[in-house]
Design a protein around this ligand. Sequence first.
Ligand code: ADP
Length: 375
Amino acid sequence: MFISTRSPLVPVVALGLAAAIFAVDALTPLDVAIAVLYVAVVLLSVAVWPRRGVIAVTGLCIALTLIAYGMSHGFAQNDAALARCLVSLAAIAITGFLALKGQAAALALLEREEALNQARGQLAHASRVSTLGELAASIAHEVNQPLAAIETHGEACLRWMNRPEPDLGEVRTAVQAMQRDARRASEVIRRIRGMASQSAPAFIALDVNEVVAESCDLLRRELQRHGAGLKLDLQSDLPAVKADKIQLQQVIINLVMNAAQAMAGAGARERRIEVRSFVDRDGGGENGQNGQHVDAPAVVVEIADSGPGFAPDDLKRLFDAFFTTKQDGMGMGLPICRSIIESHGGAIRAWNRAPHGAAMAFRIPVAASAVELPA
Ligand code: ADP
């Protein structure tokens, strides 16, 4: 039977084993160093107890070995038994020492990994906030539009009420429109607050199409400013993926803005961005950027543009930190996108389209428990 090291049975097994070894060692006349088996107890203790617990278990095993020796041999001169006892004590002490060292190294590794994850999160957050700065005009427009509409509906509402015979039907319609616009404005603000917040990622079942649509909503004005047209081609009934919504939005916004900026920067006459989503059932056995095999069913989002594309040498460096061809670029957008997608178990890649234009696509595996979205 396999017992996980997290199982509550482990301490019971460890203590039971110690008791059994002690009984055999103290009460049977076996001429073997049975107490050496206490190393198994010490090793089991590393899996379940912190440093102090391991020290206590090692001390207990040493004490039990000495007590058993005292019970079976007392002060009688028995060199062979004494040698066996010393070998057992040395084995227990050395195992305890090595176990503690191993435990400390594993803890240090965990702490380093946590610090790295935190730093990654902070970097992604800083990049999100800087993107929000770039989108300020767009955001203001998205909030302003429903507010202006509310004002218009309010005026209409007053007019209907101030008539000699108020038309309550029209008043109701105007108030309902005001409610709808107020919801729209608060929804935009909620999204912006989400992007500006620095909360830990929450991996939940998401409809990628919804995230694409919401992200593109925020970009509408920005795309207009760059003279770029946007076409969405989203496969309906996509299976859900387990993902952090804010991080996914960040990736989509980054890729679409890069496409718009590349086309505007190159003075492209035709500026088209196409965002596609679809399911890749077998994954095609593709390799991720880190060489990992990516062949699970996945949702793929592809962003293609009609811009200048990538210079062949740049294609290899796109995801390197600080690689940029823009005058005021930071070169951190794509590395952050890659780190986000890989933290979702996915992969991202870039290629040139024929006859011209760039394309980037990321894939996120369909989570087994999230294949169907809740209705
Ligand atoms: P930044 O936007 O600060 O330059 P990124 O990491 O987002 O940083 O992008 C790195 C580089 O990748 C850009 O400077 C640009 O040269 C190139 N790039 C990204 N997307 C496109 C695209 N759609 N078309 C052409 N080049 C692109």
